[in-house]
Design a protein around this ligand. Sequence first.
Ligand code: HEC
Length: 223
Amino acid sequence: MTRRAAWLAPLALWATQIGCPGFGDEYATRPTVPSYAADVKPVLERWCTSCHGEPPTSGAPMSLTSYEAVVEHLERVRVRTLVQQTMPPGGGLSADDRAVLATWIAAGAPPDPESPADAGPPDQGQAPTWADIQPVLMTYGCAFDGCHAGAAPQIGLDLSSYAGFLAGGNNGPVHGDGDPDASRLIDSLYGRNGIARMPLGGAVTPAERALFEAWIQAGYPEE
Ligand code: HEC
């Protein structure tokens, strides 16, 4: 998928779901993809560029001051800030700022459009993929050691990888064969059909739940 198509995917998803019973309200509140200049850059300036500046200081290996530099190191930025949470050193990134990074990276780290006309027509029918789902699991701590990851994941369900998701848990698959109403993963987001609501003590947003449902419905594609 091109970067531009990735950026448009949530819009296209919204466009394909609007008017479907039960989806409209949730999609109306769907958060938009953060902008690099307006949202992501200020987060990096708050937490990162004191060391990852131009030039980098304090032993930091690279600058994170430009869009190109961030995209070049995107996978490591994702791992260190969202998965391991070891950047900034010692952690401490605020939940809001982590959500900005997670949403932007999940959308494919899109560049800011040069002008609305430049964005072109939406890429209709683009379904969400594991790359959209995994950051949400990370943001809510679902796939951390001791929860649904590590040597002994809860109920045998390892959500730290696509293979783990496919394998399911002690009670079998969680994907519902592409039917959100039959998916135990979706049940857990609602806390229905005898399954405790996940994440324990919290809840994903309606828009995130709709994203999971659209993904399951599309046959839970990995890419
Ligand atoms: C206090 C200085 C400092 C701050 C602030 C800081 N870093 Fe770092 N960063 C370092 C140092 C030193 C290293 C090299 C040692 C290491 O990898 O832990 C590094 C390494 C990295 C790496 C490279 C890891 C790799 O494996 O290639 C990434 C990615 C990274 N930082 C991202 C960030 C991000 C994103 C932020 C802000 C959220 C941030 N850092 C904030 C000092 C800092």
